[in-house]
Design a protein around this ligand. Structure first.
Ligand code: IPD
Ligand code: CA
Ligand code: CA
Length: 277
């Protein structure tokens, strides 16, 4: 896979309009999810697969987002974790995860968020990740930079440009959609290099943390587009690098994800990506 780190491109008016709308509806979605989180003992939980859960909250929040998008931009396509969908021929494709970190959500842990990415002409152009517990809205748009808006105000994001794994903490993710063969040797290499890793249960949030410089990178051998599309825009706009996630229909099938600061990325890529090929 080649790198999909983007050269500076400016967003057009249609993209900027969707950027503003994404920031608006993600907060509303987060408030709905937070209300359900506070009453989570009443929610019915279903198992979609091994260690893969869904609750009525996931479906209700996705339905809310779909209704909002359809009302304002009826020609746009939507791909979402719970209700599916495809890009069709739409110029703008919204890629949404109503609750990323469902295992945390249903078990009363705080590492979950709402994630909205938008592809424009096939390019990741808008990213928004909202953590309602921390009231942090990470957002980015092509050529506009990446920012976090919190109770402290708005701050521009930059990746942590460490040169080695010893310079910070690496985020990792794993699901039983793939075998352990690519993941465990990678972790061993990271530890032997003097690195350290963390998995909090929300890939979308951890990738936003890479953009914010809190983590030095993120690797997961298979992730779906709704988990990472917003994060890809955030990391690119925060000066980081990303693998070619959309290659070979990554939008519908998922792919490995690797993001990191520009100096560390080549080392991470050498450790992680050959094993995923
Ligand atoms: C999962 C989380 C997890 C990642 C998995 C995802 P969900 O999403 O992002 O951190 O490792 O690949 O499926 O099921 O909580 O929306
Ligand atoms: Ca997810
Ligand atoms: Ca989800």
């Amino acid at each position: 896979m080649t790198d999909m780190t983007q050269a500076a491109v400016l967003a057009d008016a249609a993209t900027l309009e969707r950027y503003a709308y994404a920031r608006h509806i993600i907060r509303q979605a987060g408030e709905i999810a937070l209300g359900m989180f506070q009453r989570r003992t009443e929610l019915v939980i279903e198992e979609k697969g091994l260690q893969d859960m869904v609750s009525i909250a996931d479906r209700m929040v996705e339905d809310f987002l779909r209704a909002q998008i359809a009302e304002r931009f009826p020609a746009d396509a939507v791909v979402g974790e719970e209700r599916g969908g495809g890009a069709a021929d739409a110029r703008c494709v919204w890629v949404i995860d109503p609750i990323d970190g469902t295992a945390c959500f249903v078990n009363g842990m705080l590492a979950w968020c709402v994630s909205i990415g938008v592809l424009v002409d096939g390019q990741p152009a808008i990213g928004a990740v909202y953590d309602p517990n921390a009231d942090e809205l990470f957002h980015a748009c092509l050529g506009q930079g990446a920012h976090v808006l919190s109770r402290q105000g708005q701050t521009r994001l930059r990746v942590n440009d460490v040169a080695s794994l010893q310079g910070g903490v690496l985020g990792v993710g794993f699901s039983h959609r793939v075998g352990t063969g690519t993941f465990l040797p990678f972790l061993l290499d990271v530890l032997e290099e003097g690195g350290m890793f963390i998995r909090n249960g929300s890939g979308a949030l951890m990738i936003a943390y890479v953009a914010a410089g809190r983590l030095i990178g993120y690797f997961e051998p298979h992730i779906n587009s709704w988990d990472c599309l917003a994060g890809i825009v955030l990391v690119n706009e925060a000066g980081g690098r990303c693998n070619d996630f959309l290659a070979e229909n990554g939008l519908e099938k998922g792919n490995p994800i690797l993001v990191g600061g520009p100096r560390l990325y080549p080392q991470l890529a050498a450790l992680a990506l050959p094993r995923c090929a």
